[in-house]
Design a protein around this ligand. Sequence first.
Ligand code: KG4
Ligand code: ZN
Length: 333
Amino acid sequence: MSEETVRVLGIESSCDETAAAVVADGRRALSNVVASQVQIHARFGGIVPEVASRQHLLAIVPTIRRALDEAGVGWADLACVAVTQGPGLAGSLLVGVNGAKALAFSRGLPLVGVNHLEGHIYANWLTGAEIEFPVLCLIVSGAHSDLVVMPGHLRYDRIGQTRDDAAGEAFDKVARILGLGYPGGPAIQRAALKGDPTKLRLPRAWLPDTCDFSFSGLKTAVLRVVERQAELGLTVEDVAASFQESVADVLVEKTRRAAEDFRVRQVLLAGGVAANALLRKWMAERVPLPVIVPPLEYCTDNAAMIAAAGHYRFAAGVRSGLDLDVEPSLKLV
Ligand code: KG4
Ligand code: ZN
């Protein structure tokens, strides 16, 4: 192995995926292991925090071991351990943070705390694309819908956010209304393939003159439609397709306008909802700038993105002490 390569072990446990990965030079994932709990929580129709932390405890050690094995590296090859500090579920975050602290202490490795959202953004550095600042980043996850301008590495100016539900939350809630199960995003995407979006026009909250979003009105509109679904002659698939178009339309159009107003050079997508095929397609078609989109495995929660963000924080001299604590409400800016 060459002397110059910087390898970072990333650990992620903020929600319902226990993940560990090794990333070289902040740009190349050597491994990306995700132990998903999705089947366990699907039974309850959503994440049960106590169950999540218990599953993290069971999965954390084998997941880290596999990440090192698959990358073909040992402890001596690592430059540091990067771990998600927040935002997320306290009990879930604690497992990753305490695991990372134990490893950093016992192996004599530097520890770097990472913001989960920063991780989602840095998933874009794993694509191999040359990223040129300033960039506009649309972060759309289960808890966030933010538009952020990055003038340079690790610098974030938030220009827009959701005023109520996050995009992913809207997908999850509407999937529940439509009886499509959990997690809602992939279920709605699958159902929409068989639906006709032209049969129903759902509202779009444009919130003119701001880069903010709002999705709660759309969710209520779906609820009203579902009450009259038979009368309106609509299938669940039609409603799913129409809902998906409404969300994607607003996200793409507001991103396009913000990219123009803030004169950025590129657009990056981040977060679980960035896995949505229609959003990816429309973003590429309608934004007249290079649009960088992480591969699906780096959109939803994973540790390669945490290692990538950790790499840039480490390079900037960031070090966390062994008193690093979880921050369930940690902000990006
Ligand atoms: O980033 P993420 O994995 O976890 C959080 O940090 O929240 O995002 C999870 C969210 C969920 O709301 C899920 O329904 C949504 O991302 N999601 C999708 C798709 N895949 C996951 N939403 C729309 N289309 C998808 N294909
Ligand atoms: Zn996430």
